[in-house]
Design a binder for this molecule. Structure first.
Ligand code: SF4
Length: 439
């Protein structure tokens, strides 16, 4: 048993490039870290994992140097461990409940999962005997991919409709290369294609693809297109050409359409989530002086602690207790805020301090304020939603229209990649059961 109170160090690069920052464990590192796991009988880490990956079991297999068995254990619950191990909010999930964290640092479950998936993700998926039923999946983000993969492995003919010219959704254009190298996303997509799944790109629901037509041609449909619109800031100057939303900014980075992004010297990012950190860290890599403006305090930021620390380490500035009131061509006007109380989640609640406006120089502003449903599209689809526009589903993931299922951010609002995968898997299971036993 390795009694060290601290995690085995993950080697990192510090050259501010787009190559992956974390370099991965060696076998020796991984086995050293695996040896810190107490193999707890009550398994609090498994309970805290949204998809209940059998964590101690796969860690044990690392110790035995049986990486294939470790991979099989992980993929019994998660289609894409190479995504989850890099983007999960582990401090709020498995690692946040790890017993080793009581007197030191948790076991580095994410690094161990990544070690296994990096070594085993080439393992191909196996298709069972063909079932003569067709399923359409709309949206090729993690939820759609998980649903399509599970159904294709069960033997269904699956077609995926994707609005972009490439697959992957948020794990393609939403997470920069230095955090999740795109080769892992391409690999998973290739594995799904090998199952016979067809991808139809530039297919926009409610535009050039019609739900009624799809209903006639498929036995079931799974819709997982996430939230379609960015939350606006609603201040004067928001529509100036040097103001980006996080979606557009990260998409330009992903598509390497970065000529204009390279010119910026002073970039302001508004927001406190992981997406704000992603935008800020990309801008930093393009050579800008970057400041994140957040209306509350450090401890209130929804971003992962590791992302905030990495951003800080890379020299990104933070302006807390401030919010924008106007954007100008060469600057942003902020107003100071003060804490007045705490909200239901225990986060500081703040209000503007009157007459406290000040200005910061800026030649680009990135708004990372989250996403929301496109109500016009949702109404057009004719699927029942709640007042916020979130699609209503029953326990079987079925929407108000028979044979149409939904999951992921469309149903829950913006949420984690692992929960999107979970929804896709559960919808696939329910679609399969419904088709096998229609009544
Ligand atoms: Fe291992 Fe931590 Fe899970 Fe216990 S809680 S089984 S120490 S990973």
């Amino acid at each position: 048993m390795n009694l060290s109170a601290t995690q085995t160090v993950m080697p990192t690069r510090d050259d501010l490039s787009f190559q992956e920052t974390n370099c991965g464990y060696s076998l020796t590192d991984a086995q050293l870290e695996a040896d810190r796991c107490l193999q707890c009988k009550h398994q609090p880490c498994v309970t805290a994992c949204p998809i209940h990956v059998p964590i101690p079991q796969f860690i044990k297999k690392i110790g035995e140097n049986d990486l294939e068995a470790a991979y099989d254990i992980i993929t019994s619950r998660s289609n894409f461990p190479n995504f989850c191990s890099r983007v999960c909010h582990v401090e709020h999930q498995c690692q946040g409940s790890c017993v080793r964290a009581i007197k030191g640092e948790s076991v580095a479950i994410n690094h161990l999962e990544r070690f296994v998936s990096d070594h085993m993700s080439q393992k191909r998926l196996i298709k069972q005997a063909s079932i003569d039923k067709k399923i359409a999946v709309i949206g090729s983000g993690p939820s759609g991919l998980a649903c399509a993969s599970d159904l294709a492995q069960l033997g269904y003919q699956v077609d995926i409709y994707e609005k972009e010219a490439y697959a992957g959704g948020i794990v393609s254009y939403g997470v920069p290369e230095y955090r999740l190298p795109h080769r892992w996303v391409y690999l998973e997509i290739e594995k799904i294609k090998e199952l016979g799944v067809h991808f139809f790109y530039n297919s926009i629901l409610g535009n050039n693809i019609n739900l009624d037509v799809l209903k006639e041609n498929y036995d079931a449909i799974y819709i997982a297109i996430g939230e379609e619109k960015m939350v606006p800031l609603n201040v004067p100057g928001e529509n100036l050409p040097h103001v980006y939303n996080s979606f557009n900014y990260l998409k330009k980075v992903f598509e390497n359409k970065i000529d204009d992004l390279l010119d910026f010297k002073k970039v302001i990012v508004i927001g406190g989530g992981n997406t704000a950190m992603d935008c800020a860290r990309c801008a930093k890599r393009f050579g800008a002086d970057v400041t994140i403006v957040y209306r509350r305090l450090y401890e209130d930021m929804p971003a992962s602690a590791s992302e905030i620390q990495e951003a800080s380490k890379e020299g990104i500035n933070f302006e807390f207790l401030a919010s924008p009131v106007e954007i100008r061509e060469d600057s942003i006007i902020l107003t100071k805020r003060e804490v007045i109380s705490t909200d239901k989640q225990g986060r500081n609640k703040t209000v503007e301090i009157p007459n406290s406006n000040y200005s910061i120089e800026a030649d680009a502003i990135i708004l990372a304020l989250g996403s929301k449903p496109d109500m016009r599209l949702r109404n057009k689809l004719g699927i029942q939603t709640d007042p916020k526009g979130r699609v209503l589903i029953n326990d079987d993931y079925q929407t108000s229209i028979s044979n149409i299922y939904s999951g992921g951010d469309m149903v829950r609002g913006a949420d984690t990649v692992v929960r999107a995968i979970d929804a896709g898997k559960k919808a696939a299971k329910n679609i399969h059961e419904k088709i096998l036993e229609p009544h």
